[in-house]
Design a protein around this ligand. Structure first.
Ligand SMILES: [Zn+2]
Length: 383
């Protein structure tokens, strides 16, 4: 025995408390509902945790997994060996499936990058996952081979606990391969749990979806998210609120903007519209230089921001959104809607989607941006 210490059996050891639930920046009522079902001991063998992008579906799924695998009386304790392993995503009875590139790609061969990604960004989203693979243009999928692997892993005898928990992140990528899972869903092997964490349940086959109990997470409250961004990134409240509103409370997008961005999107957007309204070629070039100085990812994020700004503007136009005084981004969206008709905004959104696509395909950015500005200016000024 080293240093004469009393030996503590590892299963009795207490680890620093770490709960997946603590990674949620807001606890919505849906989590209380999940907890109630977990505590009752009747957590469904197949469940779908659904919510708009960046609402913490994966965190909620990992919370349920931590509960189901916890070895203590008060679950999830966050301090037992099992909780420790679930926290580190290294519990042998906790399995994952997620989108990958290629027809035969298996999640089990990519647990390393997945663990890394989730630890770095628990509000994991597809753009973050794509960046891990440097795979802007490649098609992600959950392959047939992977669905068979899901069945195989769920049918294994649990290693340490009394159940297997499989978390499928982004099951919308299963497509028709979801059919393979049907047999599994009809007769779940032993004491196993399948939890899907999705942004878009309508993309899951109805035959699969109808067999699940669905828990619906709401978007994170704008004010709570803005507060979080202020604290975490020492941001001003105005800007934090702007991110929360424009991203539709998508935590992952907000964190990405807050941690990467050196310029303020709204300033760059205002400059773009101003130069386009005037129609001055020198102004176009000036704006282009500002954009060219950004990374490709930031350029994409900027256009994504403008796309959302235009959506807000359409919503204010149709009276679907109240413009709160003092919230600059909303005031600006209302201003745009006053200067352009709905058809122009629609056409602009199409142009932006095309531009994002072209950026992804590594088009010549100088030519692309100049072309975009000329078209935008023509569209706005009706020439
Ligand atoms: Zn525990």
């Amino acid at each position: 025995m080293l240093f004469g210490e009393a030996s503590i059996p590892v299963e009795k050891a207490v680890f620093p408390k770490a709960l997946w639930l603590d990674r949620l920046i807001d606890i919505p009522p849906a989590i209380k509902q999940i907890n109630k079902v977990l505590t009752s001991g009747r957590f469904p063998h197949f469940s779908i945790i659904s919510g708009p992008p960046g609402s913490g579906q994966l965190i909620a799924a990992l919370h349920a997994a931590q509960f189901l695998l916890c070895g203590s009386e008060h679950k999830p304790c966050g301090e037992c060996l099992s909780c420790y392993k679930v926290n580190g995503l290294i519990h042998p009875d906790l399995h994952f499936s997620f989108p990958l590139i290629g027809a035969g790609a298996l999640a089990i061969d990519h647990y390393g990058p997945f663990r890394e990604a989730v630890k770095e960004q628990a509000y994991l989203d597809l753009p973050f996952w794509q960046r891990k693979f440097d795979a802007d243009n490649k098609q992600f999928n959950i392959s047939k081979a992977e669905t068979w692997s899901v069945i195989e892993r769920m049918s294994m005898k649990p290693n340490e606990g009394d159940c297997n928990v499989m978390v499928i992140w982004m099951p919308e990528f299963l497509g028709k391969e979801g059919n393979v899972l049907l047999k599994l869903l009809e007769e779940p092997p032993g004491n196993s749990y399948l939890i899907m964490a999705t942004e878009d349940p309508s993309a899951i086959l109805p035959t699969v979806r109808s067999r699940a109990q669905v828990f619906q997470l709401p978007p994170v409250d704008e004010g709570v998210l803005a507060d979080y961004l202020c604290r975490q990134f020492s941001m001003e409240m105005d800007r934090a609120m702007e991110y929360a509103i424009i991203s539709a409370s998508d935590v992952a997008t907000c964190i990405n903007w807050a941690s990467q961005q050196s310029v303020r999107w709204l300033d760059l957007g205002k400059m773009m519209f101003q130069k386009a309204f005037i129609g001055d070629p020198m102004g176009f070039l000036e704006w282009n230089e500002r954009l060219i100085a950004l990374s490709r990812d930031e350029q994409k994020q900027f256009f994504f921001f403008v796309e959302r700004l235009l959506s807000l503007s359409l919503r204010t136009r149709h009276g679907l959104l109240t413009v709160r005084e003092g919230v600059e981004v909303l005031e600006y969206a209302a201003k745009i809607s006053g200067r352009m008709d709905a058809q122009t905004i629609d056409n602009m959104q199409i142009m932006i989607t095309d531009t994002i696509y072209a950026i992804q395909r590594n088009a010549n950015i100088r030519i692309l941006l100049l072309d975009f500005m000329i078209k935008l200016s023509g569209l706005i000024r009706g020439v």
